[in-house]
Design a protein around this ligand. Structure first.
Ligand code: G3I
Ligand code: 9MR
Ligand code: ZN
Length: 540
């Protein structure tokens, strides 16, 4: 791993919108700075940095410098004594290419079809995982398992995480449709259907295969028994595939995302919408028939990702909310009201805490169709959550809502989920400052952080280059597959590589751009999906 020292001036390497409050974060010794046109070398702005702030998560002292008002162009920031930031743009809509790249990543995650040079460029590869899968414990029961997206750096396909990813993309489209006007493009692009819906259909079509036709229950996951080696390309991963047993969490997530999809696809494809709704209702039927279900545990021979979760009340809550919003049926409303009385987080956005999706669905469904008291409670709770995130953001030197203890495996999902929650609060009539705070989270992801790194492959001048992503390791291409969000710092040091190299680092520095570090530098569909949501807000 080539070690790159932070440059002392951290910016969003993907750029800033022209009309927002734009700041960079400086090392504490820098008191004055200039913004320089990167092409002409001319200084267009000079400023002084603010007071010194301790940034607890990174254990560093920093200052903030405001350069709002600088017009569109390409710039760098300098302190006159040798420190120099990345070059960055200021534009009306700077994140168009980023959003397309983040969405295109889902195409690269596709399973079961050739990724052709026309769409995949040098990252082309042949179709993978075409075989039938065996239902665990029933050696004679073999089912079509083909399609969908790989979960992550591994090739497993997991129903719950897949549902979260689809939900984020569909919600992004529902809230910010104008951000999805341009084609990615994808092989299916037809100039009519927004590409985001074509891409989600890839995963939804696979999710149908995860539902047991008899009971309506949904298999938790479809994987090989063990993870393949790190350099194995998907089409070379020929080990047998197994459907793990049905779980309540997978079934709840499935019911919810299918009900959501039914609503979104209805104006474009009534037949598909009907099929989604029927699948959602069958899954709901399974949930009703199985009120008490233990959390999923990997069967003894299976060592791939577990995605264990003991609480299924939040998945049921989300399912009831979406089924109510889509059908208007009183029974789902009653179930939602009953589940709302149970004790689980109402503002989590997964992969395990799905309560936030239920809350959002209910609130976006409108006050008129709601129980007024519950509606007000959930809305006020959402605003309180957003205010808390805002206060935490203001307390950090690198503006971000994560505290030291929030730097867990996949901390960048928290970064982006928190931004989503702030934007949901904005959409429901909350303080406009919530949106500015969400943008701070995007700035962190793209380089305004203590490591001066962009956590999105292929974007920014110092992007992650060695993700724990099997195709990126196993292909002959030097650059990793682009548009993928890395997990980010995890102070738990959960893999051997970081345990050896990163002892005693501050939380926000517990990250290694090394392909062996699966606990800090893997990529997943459900870390990309909230990133699409957040960028879409700023591209609408
Ligand atoms: O929630 C607790 C928190 O309360 C506690 O303070 C903190 C301390 O470490 O831990 C938090 O739990 C963590 C949990 O993620 C939070 O989501 C666990 O420590 C951590 O081990 C767990 O990591 C998960 C990891 O699998 C291991 O199970 C990641 O979330 C999850 O994204 C990841 O998923 C893997 C799949 O299994 C396989 N495919 C790749 C994928 C990404 O790495
Ligand atoms: O590659 C695997 C990654 O996708 C998972 O997130 C991670 C945790 O379950 O495990 C990785 O596989 C590693 C395994 O757990 C331990 N031996 C090394 C494997 C990576 O090559
Ligand atoms: Zn595959």
């Amino acid at each position: 791993m080539e070690e790159q020292q932070p440059r002392g001036i951290a910016v969003n390497q993907a750029g800033y919108p022209a009309d927002s409050r734009n700041t960079a974060v400086f090392a504490a010794e820098i008191t004055e700075f200039s913004v320089v046109d990167a092409r002409t070398g001319q200084t267009v702005f000079t400023g002084r940095t603010g007071g010194v702030m301790e940034d607890r998560p990174s254990g560093s002292a920093v200052r903030s410098g405001d350069f709002s008002g600088v017009k569109t162009g390409t710039y760098r920031i300098m302190d006159g004594k040798g420190a120099q930031s990345a070059d960055f743009i200021i534009a009306d809509k700077p994140y168009g290419a980023l959003q397309q790249g983040l969405l295109k990543a889902f195409y690269f995650f596709r399973c079961g079809q050739d990724l052709t040079a026309e769409f995949a460029g040098p990252w082309e590869h042949r179709a993978c995982h075409l075989a039938e899968g065996t239902v665990y414990g029933q050696p004679d029961k073999k089912l079509d398992s083909c399609g969908g997206w790989h979960d992550a750096g591994d090739y497993g396909k997991y129903a719950g995480p897949g549902a979260k990813a689809v939900a984020d993309l569909l919600l992004a489209y529902e809230l910010y449709p104008s951000a999805f006007a341009a084609p990615v493009p994808l092989p299916e692009s037809d100039g009519k259907t927004p590409d985001v819906l074509l891409e989600c259909k890839v995963e939804l079509d696979w999710l149908f295969k995860m539902q047991d036709v008899e009971s309506g229950g949904v298999y938790h996951k479809l994987t090989t028994l063990n993870f393949p080696g790190l350099d194995v390309m998907p089409e070379e991963d020929a080990a047998d595939l197994f459907f793990s047993p049905v779980s309540a969490t997978a079934t709840g997530d499935f019911a919810a995302v299918m009900a959501l999809a039914s609503r979104i696809y209805a104006p474009l494809d009534a037949e598909y919408a009907e099929r989604c709704l029927r699948a959602a209702e069958a899954a709901w039927g399974w949930l009703e028939a199985h009120p008490e279900t233990p959390g999923f545990k990997n069967p003894p021979e299976i060592t791939t990702g577990e995605y264990g979760d003991d609480t299924d009340a939040d998945e049921r809550f989300w399912a009831a909310a979406e089924l109510y919003r889509t059908t208007g049926a009183a029974a789902y409303h009653a179930a939602f009201q009953r589940l709302a009385g149970q004790d689980f987080p109402k503002y989590g956005l997964g992969w395990a805490d799905m309560g936030g999706y239920g809350t959002l669905s209910y609130l976006l469904g409108g006050e008129a169709r709601s129980d007024a008291k519950l509606y007000a409670e959930l809305r006020e709770g959402l605003f309180a959550e957003a205010r808390l995130l805002l206060a935490r953001t203001e307390a950090n030197g690198y503006p971000l809502s994560l505290r030291e203890e929030d730097y867990i495996w996949g901390s960048n999902m928290l970064v982006l989920n928190n931004a989503m929650l702030l934007l949901a609060a904005e959409a429901l009539g909350g303080d406009p400052a919530f949106a500015d705070c969400a943008l701070d989270h995007l700035h962190y992801l793209l380089g305004r952080n203590a490591l001066d790194i962009s956590y999105v492959t292929g974007f920014g001048d110092r992007p992650v280059r060695h993700p724990h992503h099997r195709p990126s390791v196993g292909d002959a291409v030097e650059e990793p597959v682009p548009g993928m969000v890395s997990g980010g710092p995890d102070r738990g040091l959960h893999d051997d590589y970081v345990a050896e190299h990163l002892q005693n680092k501050a939380a926000a520095l517990c990250f290694a751009d090394h392909d062996l570090s699966y606990s800090t530098n893997e990529v997943t569909i459900y870390w990309n999906s909230p990133a699409v949501f957040v960028t879409a807000r700023f591209n609408r």
